[in-house]
Design a protein around this ligand. Structure first.
Ligand code: HEM
Ligand code: HEM
Ligand SMILES: [Fe+2]
Length: 457
C-alpha cells in the first residue's frame, strides 16, 4: 500500500463480499421456489426474495466500485485521499441504509413499506431493480455525491491519469443516470422509456467505463506494461462503448410503445455493443502476454483475464443472441433474458470487482500477494464460480429455448404455466449449478483465512 488512506477501501470490500453471500443465498431460495412453489411461503414470498437478490447484487457491486475507487484514486493521483474520514462515514451510512432496506423488504409488506417511507410524496417504488424506498434512494444519491466529491478533490490535487479520469467519468454517469430512478411518469410508455436510462445506460454505458478503468489499473500493476499502451486501449474501448451503448438502448424500445424506428436503431447499434467487450478480452490477454514482470499475485491475473472472457460471453455473445428486433420479438422476457442477465452481470461486474479485491486486498493486509496455498484456493473459487455460472446460463438458455418454442412459435401455443411445468428439469439443474456456485463462494471466502500468510512489508 503506497498511501495510508487507501486503507478505507478495506471495509468496502468486506461488506461487498458479505452482501454477495446474501445475494446468492436468496438466489438459491428462489431457484428452489421455481420447482417447489410454496418453499418458505409465506415467510419469504418469491417477489420479496427476488427483490432482495437483485438489490443486494446492485448494492454490493456499488460497495465494490466505491472501495475500488478509494483504493485506486490515491495511487493514480499520487496523493492521499482528500478525506479518509468522509469515506468511512459514508461507508457506515451506506451499510446502515442498505441493511435497513433489506430488513424492510423482508419484514414489512411492500405496500406498507411504501406508505411508511413517503412513497405518496414522490412515487418511485415498485419498478424492477429500483424498488428501494424513497429515503434509501436519497441515501444512494448522498453517498454517490460524497464519493464523487472525495475522489474528485483527490484527483484535482494530484496527478491526473487517463485511468482515474475514465473512472470518475463512469462514477459521475452512474450518479447522473440514477436520478432517473426519481422520475416515474404515470404514462407506462414513458415510465419504461426512462427506466432503461438507469438500467441499460448503467450496465451498457457508464458502468463499462468503470469496468475498463479498473481492469486497466490491475493490468498495469500485474503486467508492468507501459501506461501509454494501456491508456490507448482504454480510450478506444470507452469510445466504442459510448458509440454503441447509448443508441443501443433502443433494443429495449421495441415493444413498449416507442416509435417504430427504434427497431432499426436499436438493432443496429446494440448489435455493435459486443465489440468493446471483445476488445477488453483481447486487451487483457495482450497485456498479460506482453508482461514485463512476474507479479506474485497469480490469482489477480486470472481474475483479470476471466473478466474479459466472461464479460464477452455473457454480455457480448448472450446479448447479441436476442438483440435484433425480429429475434427479440420471440425471445423477449423469457428465460433467455435471465440467462443473459446472469452471465453478463457475473462476467462483467462481479468479476471485475473480485479482480480488484484480489489485487488490492493482500496489499491492504500488508503483503504483495497471498501465500501459494491461499492463491490456489482463490483460483479454485474462480473456476468453481465461473464454470457453475456457465452452467446456470446454459440451463436457463435450454429452458428459454423450449419456452420460446412451446409458448411463442408453436402452431398450438401452450399457456405460460403449462410450459413452466415442461421445463422444470432445467430449473432443477440450475439449482444444482447454483449450489456449486455457493460452494465456490465459500472456498473464495475461506481463502482469506488461510494461515501462514506472512506480511512481507
Ligand atoms: C455487462 C453488460 C450487460 C449486463 C449486466 C446486462 C444485463 C441485462 C439484464 C439484467 C437484462 C434483463 C433486464 C430486465 O428486463 O429486467 C438484460 C436485457 C437485455 N440485454 Fe443485456 N446486459 C448487458 C449487456 C448487453 C449487451 C452488450 C447486449 C447486446 C449485444 C444486451 C442485450 C440485451 C437485450 C436485447 C435485453 C432485453 C431482453 C428482453 O427483451 O427480454 N445486453 N440485460
Ligand atoms: C453472481 C451470481 C449471480 C448474479 C450476478 C445474479 C443476477 C441476477 C439478475 C440480474 C437477476 C434478474 C434477471 C432478469 O430480470 O432477467 C436475477 C434473478 C434471479 N436469480 Fe440470480 N444471480 C446470481 C446468482 C444466482 C444463483 C446462484 C441463483 C440460484 C440458483 C440465482 C437465481 C435467480 C432467480 C431464480 C432469479 C429470478 C428469475 C425470475 O424472475 O424468473 N441467481 N439474478
Ligand atoms: Fe440493454
Amino acid at each position: 500500500m503506497q498511501y495510508k488512506s487507501q486503507a478505507v477501501a478495506k471495509p468496502y470490500f468486506i461488506a461487498a463480499i458479505a452482501l454477495f453471500t446474501g445475494q446468492i443465498l436468496f438466489g438459491l431460495i428462489m431457484g428452489l421456489q421455481y420447482v417447489i412453489g410454496d418453499f418458505l411461503f409465506p415467510a419469504i414470498p418469491f417477489n420479496v426474495a427476488r427483490m432482495v437478490h437483485t438489490n443486494l447484487l446492485i448494492v454490493w457491486l456499488l460497495f465494490g466500485f466505491m472501495g475500488a475507487a478509494y483504493y485506486l484514486v490515491p495511487e493514480e493521483s499520487e496523493t492521499e485521499l482528500f478525506s479518509p474520514k468522509l469515506a468511512i462515514i459514508t461507508f457506515w451510512v451506506f451499510l446502515a441504509a442498505g441493511a435497513i432496506t433489506i430488513l424492510g423488504y423482508l419484514f414489512v409488506p411492500y405496500a406498507e413499506l411504501a406508505r411508511m417511507t413517503g412513497n405518496d410524496l414522490l412515487a418511485t417504488m415498485g419498478r424492477e431493480f429500483l424498488e428501494q424506498p424513497l429515503p434509501t434512494k436519497l441515501g444512494i444519491v448522498v453517498v454517490a455525491l460524497s464519493l464523487l466529491f472525495n475522489i474528485g478533490m483527490t484527483v484535482l490535487k494530484g496527478r491526473k491519469t487517463a485511468i482515474s479520469l475514465v473512472l470518475v467519468l463512469g462514477l459521475l454517469g452512474l450518479a447522473v443516470f440514477f436520478l432517473f430512478a426519481f422520475y416515474n411518469p404515470a404514462n407506462l410508455v414513458k415510465d419504461k422509456f426512462y427506466w432503461w436510462w438507469v438500467v441499460h445506460l448503467w450496465v451498457e454505458g457508464v458502468w463499462e467505463l468503470i469496468l475498463g478503468a479498473l481492469l486497466a489499473f490491475v493490468l498495469i500493476k500485474v503486467t508492468g506494461v507501459d501506461r501509454e499502451v494501456i491508456e490507448k486501449w482504454l480510450y478506444v474501448i470507452i469510445t466504442m462503448t459510448l458509440i454503441t451503448g447509448i443508441i443501443g438502448t433502443g433494443h429495449h424500445y421495441y415493444w413498449i410503445g416507442a416509435p417504430e424506428y427504434w427497431q432499426w436503431w436499436g438493432s443496429v447499434f446494440s448489435a455493435l455493443e459486443p465489440i468493446p467487450f471483445f476488445m477488453m478480452t483481447i486487451f487483457a490477454f495482450n497485456m498479460v502476454n506482453r508482461r514485463r514482470r512476474e507479479h506474485p499475485n497469480k490469482a489477480a491475473t486470472l481474475w483479470a483475464l476471466g473478466t474479459g472472457v466472461m464479460a464477452f460471453i455473457g454480455a457480448g455473445v448472450w446479448g447479441f443472441l436476442h438483440t435484433l428486433a425480429p429475434v427479440n420479438f420471440y425471445t423477449h422476457g423469457t428465460q433467455l433474458t435471465a440467462a443473459h442477465g446472469h452471465m453478463a452481470f457475473y462476467g462483467a461486474y462481479v468479476a471485475v470487482v473480485l479482480t480488484m479485491i484480489s489485487y488490492a486486498m493482500p496489499i491492504l493486509r500488508g503483503r504483495a500477494a497471498n501465500s501459494e496455498k491461499a492463491q490456489v484456493m482463490e483460483m479454485w473459487a474462480f473456476w468453481l464460480m465461473s464454470i457453475s455460472m456457465i452452467f446456470i446460463t446454459l440451463f436457463l438458455t435450454g429452458a428459454g429455448i423450449v419456452q420460446i418454442w412451446l409458448q411463442r412459435i408453436s402452431s398450438a401455443p401452450m399457456s405460460f404455466m403449462a410450459v413452466q411445468d415442461q421445463v422444470s428439469i432445467f430449473y432443477w439443474m440450475r439449482e444444482g449449478a447454483g449450489m456449486i456456485f455457493m460452494i465456490g463462494l465459500v472456498v473464495y471466502i475461506s481463502s482469506f483465512f488461510v494461515k501462514g500468510n506472512k506480511a512481507v512489508a
